[in-house]
Design a protein around this ligand. Sequence first.
Ligand SMILES: [Zn+2]
Length: 306
Amino acid sequence: MTIFEHLEKRPCPVCGAKRAHARVFMSASYDPRRLTGASFASRKAPEFMSYRLLRCRGCETVYAAAAPPAALLAEAYAEADYDSSEEAALAADTYAAALAPVVAALPQRGRVLEIGTGTGVLLQRFLDAEFREAVGIEPSAAAIAAAAPAVRGMIRKGVFVESDFKPCSFDLICCFQTLEHVADPRALALSCARLLRPGGVLALVTHDYAAPLNWLLGRRSPIIDIEHLQLFCRSSLNWLLRDAGLGSREIRTLVNRYPLRYWLRLTPLPGGMKRAVGGVFASLRLDRARFGFNVGNLLAVGRKPG
Ligand SMILES: [Zn+2]
């Protein structure tokens, strides 16, 4: 893959401030020879590679000082492996529970859009919550192939393009664990705001680089990832929603409930030790039990006025 040969310098992708208005957050560490098809897959084993990261003094977003062009990223994600069906279902449980009060307060449950839908697990949950129509967007052919037959037809292959949809045509737009991966998150938020009906809600789930766990792990945190072109915190998410004209903003911590063996996979332990600890968990029948942790994820919602 030659994606690193084409890096383009960029300003803050949330507030647009110049790079001179940012300080260094982390030096670059990546090795093109270690890149595989899995490097652009969701929920892979951590590789601990990153671009040179800056932290904006204005909106506090952490962002790659130079990143691959959007077209090359779209190609990388189209060819990405997909290996997380079970984890996707577990994450969907967490998201559906967190969204329930937001959905209950919507003026109507007409159409819902999910950007970066993966295997479309959440689309089925939206239909279960009595939305009339659910649409997902996903670049990875492997993810769509792994989708359940009942939802596969609701997934459009590719990356999000505003002009594919009518303005003011969605009641809810979700972008979960995807915003770190897109070339221009500010443009995405503005597009979503235009596609929402008045009273409609944009819901975002991102990592929180300012969460205690991520500070503790530093460069060994799973959020330090060559796929992540930017990292958010409460301040940067609030900036993004406010800039898009969305009100009634609420940003809160998400508690993810996953099996122990999944948490183990995310830890920075060496592979041999992970297998040993995993064996102990399995022998105690603890590997499938679910435990809730604050791993530093944020849910941010904003409502279109009117
Ligand atoms: Zn900024």
